[in-house]
Design a protein around this ligand. Structure first.
Ligand code: MN
Length: 409
């Protein structure tokens, strides 16, 4: 130990989760210990979502996870466990869960925060009154926004805004997003499920986080706000406050709060404040639970894909049919017109249709100079005929009206 001041990381946290006012059960899960904070939002019919979220959280909580490699491996393992269980249990088939974690990670020379994310639960950082979403949602709509095909306003009301593109347990493998952050004193992190962010605007969340109340009270207030705004989904909020203290190295050995992490950073495990369960009077919610559909990652996704395929197939068939009809019409009819100053009978429609250009059916020796002004005008525009006989009759009649003396007729 040397005499230079050391940094001690002190974390204070509190969380709240609620099933909301409509859902029959709470498929969100959360977990907090001095070095790991997790929010998971399960999905899948019946008990699937609940099982997936809790299985994933439990797997990570029980894993070795002192650095980010181990954390990644823990999440990969969680994916494996959820996926395997879903395969083995028919009633759990297709279950999955989002998973967002903020963890203290032992890196080469210091402790850092590592954020790992799969799905559309989020980690925010509140700093100097500003709220910043640190994670990227793995959702269809977020993907469209990132590609510039949808703006934020349209995304908020998009019918597929709950459709995930990535989740834990859905496939045998999962890609995990990762961010590494330096602990900064005064930062307040918030992990939450979409049940909060779909009901409460960022501005209002920032306002709550900025009130300076302790994490537990703030988390409760936010979940309460989600319920007040509709509570259409389970909502979960986990808040972690960061304090960094400079201390003398002598002190580190005396502190009872340095057990969890060795120097230079430590964290007291004594300030946990996790509150579970209802926060408001939600006595009327039982009536609203039965006909609410659960969100399902797998099935939503499959439906969309099938829908798109069916729609494009129908479009394709329709246009094929249209082209055939147009082709038949374009080819089966005739018109009388002028080509190179001669009256001709053409197969096809005047001017053509799509790529069906008229073709020359019969050349005549009648020139435009033989025609009366009236006939000439008609043929410059073209005279549409229903069939070849009509066209021939028209030309025969035309001959009787030719301007005399021009030709040898
Ligand atoms: Mn949700």
């Amino acid at each position: 130990m040397n005499s230079s001041p050391m940094r001690r990381l002190r974390l204070t946290w509190g969380g709240a989760t609620d099933q909301g006012r409509i859902r029959a059960n709470n498929q969100d899960a959360m977990y907090a210990d001095p070095g790991l904070f997790v929010v998971a939002d399960g999905m899948g019919g019946h008990q699937g979502g609940e099982v997936a979220a809790n299985l994933a959280v439990r797997t990570i909580a029980n894993a070795e996870r002192s650095d980010r490699e181990q954390l990644r491996e823990a999440i990969t393992e969680a994916n494996r466990v959820v996926h395997q269980t879903a395969l083995e249990e028919p009633e759990l088939h297709g279950m999955g869960t989002t998973l967002t974690t903020l963890a203290v990670s032992q890196e080469v020379d210091s402790h850092q925060f590592v954020i790992l994310n799969v799905g559309d639960s989020r980690v925010y950082r509140h700093r100097d009154g500003e709220l910043e979403q640190l994670t990227e949602d793995h959702s269809y709509v977020a993907e469209l926004v990132r590609r510039g095909e949808l703006d934020d306003q349209a995304a908020e009301v998009h019918p597929y805004r709950n459709m995930l593109t990535r989740a834990i347990g859905v496939h045998a493998e999962v890609e995990i997003d990762e961010w590494l952050l330096e602990p900064v004193a005064g930062d307040r992190f918030m992990l939450c499920s979409d049940g909060l962010t779909n009901e409460v605007a960022d501005l209002e969340i920032a306002e709550q986080l900025g009130l300076g109340q302790d994490p537990g009270t703030t988390a409760k207030a936010l979940v309460g706000l989600a319920n007040k705004r509709g509570g259409r989904d389970n909502s979960t909020v986990l808040i972690v406050d960061v304090q960094v203290e400079l201390i003398d190295s002598d002190e580190t050995n005396q502190s009872p709060e340095t057990e969890e992490f060795q120097d230079p950073i430590s964290s007291p495990p004594h300030e946990a404040n996790i509150s579970l369960g209802g926060l408001e009077d939600l006595s009327d919610r039982s009536e609203q639970t039965s006909n609410m559909k659960e969100r399902s990652w797998l099935y939503d996704r499959v439906h969309i894909k099938l829908g798109a395929v069916i729609i494009s197939l129908v479009l394709l068939l329709t246009s094929a049919a249209m082209v055939t009809t147009i082709g038949w019409y374009a080819r089966s009819s005739y018109h009388v017109g002028i080509v190179a100053n001669h009256v001709v009978i053409q197969k096809g429609v005047i001017g053509g249709l799509l790529w069906f250009e008229p073709t020359l059916e019969q050349w005549t020796d009648i020139q435009t100079t033989h025609l009366t002004e009236e006939d000439r005008q008609r043929l410059v525009d073209g005279e549409q005929m229903t069939d070849l006989d009509n066209a021939k009759t028209f030309v025969a009649n035309l001959r009787t009206r030719l301007v005399k003396g021009v030709d040898g007729s």
